[in-house]
Design a protein. Structure first.
Length: 145
């Protein structure tokens, strides 16, 4: 049976992830956990995700429902092999991380990264030495600024 491709483009037998202007949704903790399997292991069948969990495993149908929800949200695509689907991440971990950080800064810090960093320092989650090292790193990356 010929595979059916969804969420990817096939050009000269090379597969390219379709990057559209995805309106990225927030994920639940369980959805993020499942996305981490795709980010760490690459394309997977739901059975492989199920087998990756330690006992007691979540129910197979629960995982399948969550993966289909991720597909509806645009986070995963799939290749259909008959009645079986092999899913793959459509959003990289870095893309999701950046989007999530932007949302946190916008929602809780009035779109101010300065306020976000100040909060980290006030909470002692970031030391002055770490901040200095971060400044040096940024200055090294962007010497013109």
């Amino acid at each position: 049976m010929k595979p059916v491709f969804r969420g990817i483009i096939c050009i000269n037998s090379s597969f390219l992830i379709r990057h559209s202007s995805l309106n990225m949704h927030r994920l639940t903790a369980k959805e993020e956990e499942i996305m981490s399997f795709f980010w760490d292991k690459g394309p997977l069948f739901v059975k492989q995700i199920h087998e990756s969990y330690p006992e007691p495993r979540p129910h197979y149908n629960t995982l399948s429902t969550i993966v289909r929800g991720l597909e509806e949200k645009g986070f995963v695509g799939y290749i259909a092999y008959g009645n079986t689907h092999q899913y793959h991440a459509q959003v990289t971990q870095e893309e999701y991380r950046r989007h999530t950080l932007k949302n946190v800064v916008a929602r809780y810090f009035g779109n101010s990264y300065r306020h976000a960093v100040s909060a980290l320092i006030e909470e002692e989650a970031l030391t002055i030495e770490e901040l200095k090292a971060l400044i040096q790193h940024v200055e090294h990356q962007n010497p013109q600024k």
